[in-house]
Design a protein around this ligand. Structure first.
Ligand code: SF4
Length: 185
């Protein structure tokens, strides 16, 4: 939907694959080949910075796992700004701005910072209103759809969170039973 919206505004686009935050390797490969296949169908030229980045990513966020998303945005948005500058493009943006699950305002701030530091304008768009439509289109086309954000930590959270909810429920039930038996006793 990002491509469609920008093309409707008259932009000539080139896509960039730069995702050191996607792990494990099988997921990285799956998402990359999905993009490659889809890009062909919409005639989108692609630049591939195709290096599986687990080690570099962990080194970049390792000091502060709990605030890793800000560091991750920085890594990716500065990477996009540098690629735009090196490629001689007029500006850059990111498909991250379609996600309702990301910290949109923080990403915007970091992208503006990257633009100033690298010397290439950031083209801001809030693509979030198109998120649902994009998901439906991907489903219709039979494209692979990601099940978690990207990094190995978010993959863990995907499985952990429901467990935590389940544990909270179990703890709540145990507490209710205790109360009931104390009242009955
Ligand atoms: S959860 Fe998503 S945004 Fe946050 S660090 Fe992981 S890949 Fe990056």
């Amino acid at each position: 939907m990002c491509v469609k919206t920008l093309r409707e505004e008259g932009a000539e686009l080139t896509g960039l694959w730069f995702n050191p935050n996607i792990h494990p390797f099988t997921e990285y490969r799956q998402r990359r080949s999905t993009l490659e296949e889809y890009a062909k169908t919409i005639a989108l030229p692609l630049l591939l910075q195709d290096e599986y980045g687990l080690r570099g990513f962990v080194a970049a966020v390792g000091e502060d796992f709990s605030h890793r998303c800000a560091l991750c945005y920085r890594l990716r948005l500065f990477g996009a700004a540098r690629a735009a500058k090196e490629g001689g493009f007029d500006n850059f943006t990111s498909s991250l701005f379609i996600s309702p699950y990301q910290n949109h305002e923080l990403m915007k701030e970091i992208a503006q910072e990257a633009a100033a530091a690298v010397g290439v304008p950031f083209l801001y768009h809030d693509f979030r209103p198109y998120f649902k439509e994009g998901q439906e289109k991907a489903k219709k086309l039979g494209l692979y759809r990601q099940k978690y954000c990207g990094c190995i930590f978010s993959e863990e959270e995907r499985y952990r969170k429901p467990n935590r909810i389940l544990k909270d429920c179990e703890a709540g039930l145990a507490r209710a039973r205790e109360l009931r038996s104390s009242l009955e006793g």
